[in-house]
Design a protein around this ligand. Structure first.
Ligand SMILES: [Zn+2]
Length: 155
């Protein structure tokens, strides 16, 4: 696994343990070249999912993108990070068990909103208000920057 700080490919695993109720393995890694420390997660991937955007463009499903948008919506909310991980895994598991490998981006957005609505109303409103504006725009990076709550830049 390449070091995200210096690019060295020869990093070491310091510790591995189950996470998210044994759905994932969490590995603490260390880079001997720069001393950097980072964490990776190993998870089962049942299917290779493809996202169909509203423009008709196809794109490989990217769990990290999904996770980024959810974490931003959840920012400063009193929710245990482990719970957020479980929620994201639950969403991915649902997508993977839909029986289709091609999933419209709209469906993903709806599942995320439905899940957030059950867990945290504020995060749901943040996500939903931005999501609705960007359904047509279909630009995820813009979506994420819009989702960033006011005040986040001060940190
Ligand atoms: Zn490094």
């Amino acid at each position: 696994m390449r070091c995200p700080f210096c690019g060295n490919v020869d990093t070491q695993v310091k510790d591995s343990r189950p996470a998210e109720d044994h759905v994932a393995i969490r590995r603490r890694r260390f880079c001997p070249a720069c001393g950097g420390r980072f964490t990776t997660y190993e998870r089962v991937q049942l299917r290779d999912l493809v996202v169909i955007k509203s423009s008709g463009k196809r794109e490989d499903f990217d769990r990290d993108k999904l996770e980024r948008s959810i974490r931003i919506a959840m920012q400063k909310r009193p929710i245990d990070p482990e719970r957020i991980d479980q929620m994201i895994s639950g969403i991915v598991r649902r997508l993977e068990s839909m029986g289709e490998t091609d999933i419209p981006s709209k469906t993903i957005g709806e599942i995320v909103m439905e899940t957030l609505a059950r867990i945290d109303t504020v995060a749901y409103v943040r996500f939903a208000s931005v999501y609705k504006n960007f359904q047509a725009a279909d630009d995820f990076d813009k979506f994420v920057s819009e989702l960033r709550p006011a005040g986040a830049a001060e940190e």
